[in-house]
Design a protein around this ligand. Structure first.
Ligand code: NAD
Length: 468
């Protein structure tokens, strides 16, 4: 078995495995695989105590076959050029899998956000945005960032404000970034979109009696034992929706360690405990595990790594007990580990499909910003009235008095439409990659997802031709 390399090499390895199953020519495959542009920048930060620190940052645009390019911005000490390029490539394939008409990009700033005050984080974010503007690495039709590990709505608000300050009245300036607060033209349903998408994807995978039988599991999510690693934006919301959908959270992990209880953990009580004590450890009734990676090996049906890459490796893959791995994080499974899991018949729901809910709803936010109107604003009341009169008609025909019946939600508002669009996207994409998997005669959804993506991108390149 080959040894593990950097993150980008791992993405390339999976790409090559999938590419061999397509009939695309080598030159086209090479063009799809390469990262088109990488911008590396350093800039000074004046710290609150007056000292000066040099900050390193990147933005990679993997493919411009569709514009704008799209991808989150990560604040982490682990950020490297290799990581940003790998994540940008995954974004290209992810957008393609869920039919979001963007190329892939990713940004990273090498900092530990816990080490900086809110003012310092604002200065870093604004200066980083300025550097992107200077080199035309941001803009509604060019490259549109979003939140990722270590960033959230506040950073996105600083980005849009900086962009607007410098864009001299550009009409669609709000569409330069997604994941913004609602008051800054963000969209309802973006905050939990990735976690919600993870839930829809896992639920869909579990609904197939045939697939579950192969894994020795019963169909449906109910009572499935789940372990989640990382309780940030993606992990927390995925865990919450899975629990609401009937699954039992038997293990939870954060960077400080993990906790387990085969009878189930109440997520919100755990979060409250962490807020009060600074740690998930010591939660009443649960067993403490000293290392976050211990959680990965717990006895469970579904394992959801939702923190960072390279968590399931050749070293621990053979000890994973879960029958299903739902990759909520990007790149949590190394390529070597992936091969071990495949041999062991573990079902891996790959990152480029499973965590695509974030970019899907980001796409909806971008559309909202370009149209300058909230989804549902024009039709909600109209639909409500139409549905009510239909109901009254049925009441008259059946002799049932419905006039005093209080029926809420007869018309869809923005959040309903976002949830519906996200659910439709995740369900349709799941069946697309599952069908490709079947047609290839393989048991490997990651390869099937890459094949799906490569084929769609190849068509796009072939139709566009080569300039000049
Ligand atoms: P986040 O910063 O909101 O949360 C990450 C969480 O993981 C934090 O609570 C952190 O304390 C925890 N953590 C860090 N190191 C850990 C470790 N070693 N073990 C256990 N927990 C650890 O980040 P996020 O936005 O939730 O992103 C998580 C993953 O999901 C990343 O891989 C990111 O690229 C991916 N992702 C995020 C989005 C999005 O919309 N935010 C979309 C797609 C993919």
């Amino acid at each position: 078995m080959s040894t593990e390399f950097g993150f980008l090499a791992q993405v390339h390895r999976t790409f090559d495995r999938a590419a061999a199953l397509t009939d695309c020519c080598d030159g086209l495959l090479a063009q799809i695989r390469e990262c088109n542009s990488v911008y590396r920048v350093t800039f000074p930060l004046k710290r609150d105590d007056g000292t000066i620190e040099v900050i390193q940052a990147w933005r990679a645009e993997h493919s411009q076959h569709k514009l704008p390019t799209k991808g989150g911005i990560r604040f982490s000490t682990g950020v490297t050029e290799d990581e940003v390029m790998a994540l940008a490539a995954l974004m290209t394939y992810k957008c393609s899998v869920v039919d979001v008409p963007f190329g892939g990009a990713k940004g990273g700033v090498r900092i530990d956000r816990k080490e900086y005050s809110a003012d310092e984080l604002e200065r870093i974010t604004r200066r980083y945005t300025y550097e992107l503007i200077k080199k035309r690495f941001i803009g509604p039709g060019i490259d549109v960032p979003a939140p990722d590990y270590g960033t959230g709505p506040s950073e996105m608000a600083w980005i849009v404000d900086t962009y607007k300050s410098m864009s001299n009245g550009e009409q669609n300036a709000e569409a330069c970034v997604t994941g913004k607060p609602i008051e800054q033209e963000g969209i309802r349903g973006r905050l939990d979109a990735t976690g919600r998408g993870v839930f829809y994807g896992i639920r869909e995978a579990c609904s197939s009696a045939e697939d579950m039988k192969k894994l020795g599991l019963s169909p449906g999510l109910k009572d499935k034992r789940v372990v989640v690693q990382g309780l940030g934006n993606v992990g927390y919301h995925a865990a919450r929706h899975l629990a609401d959908g009937g699954a039992v959270l038997v293990g939870l992990a954060e960077w400080e360690g993990a906790i387990a209880n085969p009878n189930g953990l109440d997520l919100d009580d755990v979060m409250k405990h962490r807020k009060e004590t600074g740690s998930i450890l010591g939660f009443p009734g649960a067993t403490d595990l000293p290392h976050t990676t211990d959680a990965l090996e717990l006895d469970c049906d579904i394992l959801v790594p939702a923190a960072l890459e390279n968590q399931i490796t050749a070293e621990n893959a053979s000890r994973i007990q879960a029958r299903i791995i739902g990759e909520a994080a990007n790149g949590p499974t190394t390529a070597d580990a992936d091969e071990i899991l495949l041999e062991r018949g573990v079902r891996v729901l790959p990152d480029l499909y499973l965590n695509a809910g974030g970019v899907t709803v980001s796409y909806f936010e971008w559309l909202k910003n370009l149209s300058h109107v909230r989804f549902g604003r024009m039709e909600k009341r109209f639909d409500e009235a139409a549905h009510r009169s239909l109901l009254e008609e049925i009441g008259r025909a059946t002799g049932v008095d419905v006039s005093s019946t209080e029926i809420p939600d007869l018309g869809a508002d923005e959040e309903d439409l976002v949830h519906s669009g996200l659910e439709e996207t995740m369900v349709v994409a799941y069946h697309q990659i599952r069908d490709i998997e079947k047609s290839l005669g393989i048991d490997d959804l990651r390869t099937a997802s890459f094949v799906t993506a490569i084929k769609k991108i190849a068509i796009s390149y072939q139709e566009l031709g080569i300039f000049p």
